[in-house]
Structures are given as structure tokens and as C-alpha cells.
Design a protein around this ligand. Structure first.
Ligand SMILES: [Zn+2]
Length: 194
């Protein structure tokens, strides 16, 4: 089964978006939020984003590039933040979308930082740095607070993360994985405005 996808990305990474649109057999909505929705009513803003942009998509693909972190500020990131908020939003007439973060090739070393020895369990954990490279809407829902555990298993995460090269080999597999999170218990722990 194919899932309809929406791509959230910065203009700097347009070539990757275009590559997906032109070369991958994915059911995509070719839109992006590019005007501010003039309202103080968050509920209303979320409804407009769902209705006019995300439409009936069930998975949002978030391209992680060099310009997609919170460090650049709200004004610079307001569209991708709104797109992810709208994706996470559970409202009347919509269910939230799964979120698939794709680490673009120039970001691989910044995100995948190797592994470290854990002084609590004695094991080894991968150090995946999404806090400095993405927006909180993504990083929070990737590292959902999980109590006293020393690491996150796949079941502790709502957002799915994959490197571009891996994604390109089997796009539908990763899209499906993100889609399935919608019905997983972890979906109850997501936050729209972290
Ligand atoms: Zn550990």
C-alpha cells in the first residue's frame, strides 16, 4: 500500500526534493507552506495547514540539511516548524502524520556521531545528534522522554530517521515505517509544540 507524502524542506535543499519528485516512485503532494497564516488562533492555523497544504498526506518527509536547525531562529524556520506541527497535530477530521527525517549527505557526519560506551548499562549506544541539526518538533519526537532508560529503542521514538543513501535504496520501506508509527502507542506521547 502506498502512503501519500508531503515534503518539508528548506529552499537550499531543493535539489533533493526535486530528485524525489522526479526519480522516485512515491505518491507526493507537491506543495510547501510559503505564506504566513494570519491568525492568533493556533487551532485555526493547524486546521488551515492540514486542509490546504498537508491535505490527505499521512507521512511527512523532513529533509535535514545544513539550514534546518532551530539555531537559525523562528523567522527563518517558521514554515518548516509549522509544517511539522501540522503533521503532528491531531484534530477533528484528521489524524497526525508519521514523520520521516532524511539526513542529507552533507549532514551525515554532523548527525551520525559514532557510538559511546554507556556508564549505566555498560553497553554501547549510537550518538545521533538531531538536537543541533533539526528543529524541536523533530528532535523532541525522536528523543521522546523515556523515563529512566539510558537509551532509546525504536519503540521509544515517533520520528523515523534515515540517511539519504539508505532511503534512496528503499524509499517505500522507510515511508511505511513512519506511517506505522501513527498506530503505535508512542504516538500518544508526541508533542506538537515541544
Ligand atoms: Zn546504556
Amino acid at each position: 500500500m502506498r502512503h501519500k507524502c508531503f515534503i518539508s524542506s528548506k529552499t537550499e535543499d531543493f535539489n533533493y526534493k526535486r530528485y524525489i519528485l522526479e526519480n522516485m516512485d512515491i505518491d507526493l503532494i507537491d506543495k510547501s507552506l510559503n505564506v504566513a497564516i494570519d491568525s492568533d488562533d493556533e487551532e485555526y492555523i493547524m486546521q488551515v495547514i492540514r486542509r490546504d497544504y498537508l491535505s490527505d498526506s499521512t507521512v511527512t518527509i523532513f529533509l535535514i540539511g545544513s539550514q534546518s536547525s532551530d539555531a537559525l531562529g523562528w523567522e527563518e524556520q517558521k514554515y518548516i516548524k509549522r509544517e511539522l506541527q501540522g503533521s503532528l497535530y491531531h484534530g477533528t477530521g484528521n489524524t497526525q502524520s508519521g514523520i520521516l527525517g532524511i539526513v542529507l549527505p552533507h549532514m551525515t557526519d554532523s548527525v551520525y556521531r559514532g557510538s559511546y560506551a554507556c556508564n549505566r548499562c555498560g553497553g554501547s549506544h549510537r550518538y545521533v545528534n538531531v538536537k543541533d541539526t533539526t528543529i524541536s518538533e523533530f528532535s523532541y519526537n525522536y528523543y521522546i522522554p523515556n523515563g529512566d532508560k539510558c537509551s532509546w529503542s525504536e519503540d521509544d521514538r515517533f520520528c523515523v530517521l534515515v540517511a539519504w543513501n539508505e532511503f534512496a535504496k528503499a524509499p517505500e520501506d522507510y515511508i511505511h515505517k513512519a506511517f506505522n508509527k501513527r498506530g503505535h502507542p508512542i504516538a500518544e506521547k508526541t508533542k506538537v509544540y515541544p
